[in-house]
Design a protein around this ligand. Structure first.
Ligand SMILES: Cc1cc2nc3c(=O)[nH]c(=O)nc-3n(C[C@H](O)[C@H](O)[C@H](O)COP(=O)(O)OP(=O)(O)OC[C@H]3O[C@@H](n4cnc5c(N)ncnc54)[C@H](O)[C@@H]3O)c2cc1C
Length: 384
């Protein structure tokens, strides 16, 4: 039976991370870095890596990590989501470093991961393309062999921190290959010839997205060419669970601040929380958020175990948590009344994060369709 709670030591670790983020990522700082093109405070990132070791928390010691698991990582992500931290963590560690950890050769892991884990380098995972589908099947970018290296041609969209990362982990395929065949992971320097990077205007400026255009860009293969499909699927499953934890942290914070407001905002001589219409909304939010959190914790434990049902749990978690956070953020604005609509209030920062995170890595519909496919596959296997 997987535990749905954290141990005392893990809660102690959470307190340390929360204290740090309370000090370094108050709403004033979030708003400051949302406006900034790079989008994060390098000094805070330095201390998160040096003092708290978050960069390598879940990576093996052989590659500069601390060999904890997705469970400890989930605590960090919940706290980052709660504080709406603007940071390279999701793009560089959750996406790029995880792809390298599962899809690169031992030599490439030794070359790339320690610098990502200690925060001295930042990478981005370039995966989604024109269809904006987060599926290995939809990768069209080609990698043509050129001596010991490759040449990349094509475009990538919605690349988290792709405009500012030091290096890119790029997913591309052998020309003429289709589906999950012929996929490889490549390393490209951020300033490579033939690479154009452009930041996209997006709903949520607290997480920057970029469009990347490759015209004959030289790239080095990170893993055995043509064999990356399994590693990519696994990376996306782990990233969905990680993102779900970030969303759980945001949703919990939204619930807390909204209930607090409902208790203190007085209308018609009574706190608005004493009116049944508001009370019901708060109770529904609590049920949604608690269910989402339990599911996400269960999925992180499954990831830590390397469980077989991980793809199904990842899809379930991403769909469920996306809906819970979006609903909580929407209801929060409603319960705050007129003030919740104003730019000065933080409600809409969480609303934007909730909406953008719900789409990133595939929306709830995409993940429900995946669940349906995975369950059908299970049924046909069982009956075979
Ligand atoms: C920037 C800004 C500009 C504005 N401009 C105008 C303007 O030009 N003209 C104008 O007339 N007004 C204006 N308003 C006021 C606006 O109409 C009020 O904000 C709005 O009526 C909601 O009131 P409130 O924000 O005080 O919310 P509250 O009254 O505090 O309500 C908060 C929440 O509690 C709910 N609630 C309250 N009482 C009950 C109850 N008895 N039963 C169930 N639920 C309840 C509300 O529906 C809401 O969801 C403005 C407000 C802002 C912030």
């Amino acid at each position: 039976m997987r535990s749905l709670t954290y141990s005392d030591e893990q809660e102690e670790f959470r307190s340390v991370v929360r204290r740090f983020l309370d000090d370094h990522s108050p709403p004033t700082e979030v708003r400051r870095w949302m406006e900034d093109d790079a989008g994060f405070d390098p000094a805070v990132w330095r201390r998160l890596c040096d003092d708290l070791g978050v960069g390598g928390l879940h990576l093996p010691e052989a590659y500069g990590g601390q060999a904890f698991s997705a469970v400890e990582q989930s605590i960090v992500l919940q706290e980052m989501g709660r504080a709406l931290l603007c940071s390279p963590y999701f793009g560089s560690i959750v996406l790029a470093a995880t792809a390298i950890a599962h899809g690169a050769t031992d030599a490439a892991k030794k070359e790339r991961l320690p610098d990502l884990a200690n925060g001295s380098q930042r990478a981005a995972l370039a995966f989604a393309e024109q269809t904006s589908a987060w599926s290995p099947h939809d990768v069209a970018m080609t990698a043509t062999a050129d001596g010991a290296d490759f040449r990349l041609d094509g475009s990538k969209r919605f690349v988290v921190d792709g405009h500012s990362a030091d290096g890119l982990v790029v997913v591309a395929r052998v020309p003429g290959s289709t589906g999950t065949d012929g996929l490889s992971l490549f390393w490209v320097a951020g300033d490579a010839d033939g690479l154009e990077r452009r930041r996209l205007e997006s709903l949520d400026p607290s997480r920057k997205l970029a469009q990347l255009d490759f015209a004959g860009v030289r790239a080095a293969a990170l893993g055995a060419p043509g064999t990356a499909a399994g590693a990519l699927d696994h990376t996306l499953d782990l990233a969905c669970i990680a993102l779900a934890h970030e969303m759980v942290g945001g949703a919990e914070r939204v619930l807390e601040t909204t209930v607090e407001y409902a208790k203190t905002r007085v209308q018609f001589g009574r706190p608005i929380g004493s009116f049944q219409a508001i009370k019901h909304k708060c109770a529904d939010m609590l049920v949604d958020v608690e269910l989402a959190k339990s599911t996400a914790i269960h999925a992180a434990a499954a990831a830590a175990e390397g469980a077989e049902d991980l793809p199904l749990l990842a899809a379930l978690t991403k769909a469920l948590v996306s809906d819970a956070y979006r609903t909580a953020a929407t209801e929060s604005i409603q319960i705050h009344g007129g003030i919740g609509f104003t730019w000065e209030h933080d409600c809409h920062l969480y609303f934007k994060r909730a909406r953008s995170a719900a789409i990133l890595l595939g929306d709830a519909t995409h993940h429900r369709e995946r669940m349906a496919r995975l369950l059908e596959l299970g049924a046909s296997k069982a009956s075979a």
